[in-house]
Ligand binder design. Sequence first.
Ligand code: ZN
Length: 260
Amino acid sequence: MRIARFVNPQGQMTFGVIDGKGARSGWTVEAIDGHPFGQLARTGNRWALDDVRLLSPILPSKVVCVGRNYAAHAAELGNEVPKQPMLFLKPSTSVVGPGDPIRLPAASKQVEHEAELAIVIGATGARKVSREDADHTIFGITAANDVSARDLQKTDGQWGRAKTFDSFCPLGPWIDTDLGYDDLRVACTVNGQTRQDGTTKNMIFDVPTLISYISHVMTLLPGDVIITGTPEGVGPLVDGDSVTVTVGELELTNPVVTDE
Ligand code: ZN
């Protein structure tokens, strides 16, 4: 199932279920009552997908991020492969949806894209989950761009500024609850040119390991998002760019603008 959050032509925001095969022009989205976790309540109110505005598919209470989870990416930035998952956080205010602009802050001269698989948690209060039980906590997956001010990451030491500017966490375009996460293409193009083209097969710490590790630190709530690291090929974004992250069948595109 594909779950979106959207504004309908009447200006109302809801979650909905996307239906359709083949060309996207024939797809529709049906509103549901309330949130998508637990029993879905379809309302019968349906629009063409192209007639609604998609929002970030979820508003997470937190976005937990994993650094250096692909060896080739660690190497390209001159870093060692970590011995245990390297965690950091993005605030909810960094989250934007498909089509929303990534805003380049004046404080940075080097903002870069990072294409990543995002795991959306569905379980209520996932705490100290074993690796074996980790799959039960997953609601679905989506695509993420872990936008990063690389210069500030280096000069600050801590990543609390470099990763957290408003608009630095595009998510979407929707949540797929059926796609596996083991062997998904994770790619990035900028203005149509390929920059990153990896696979989740090459993660150092796999998804169950990450969920178990993180849930032994902090309780994961429904809608929380884990972004799982980026393959090699990160590079700069400049004003006027259009950046697309591909994760499996999911495509997330955002324009890049200078923050005013
Ligand atoms: Zn990242």
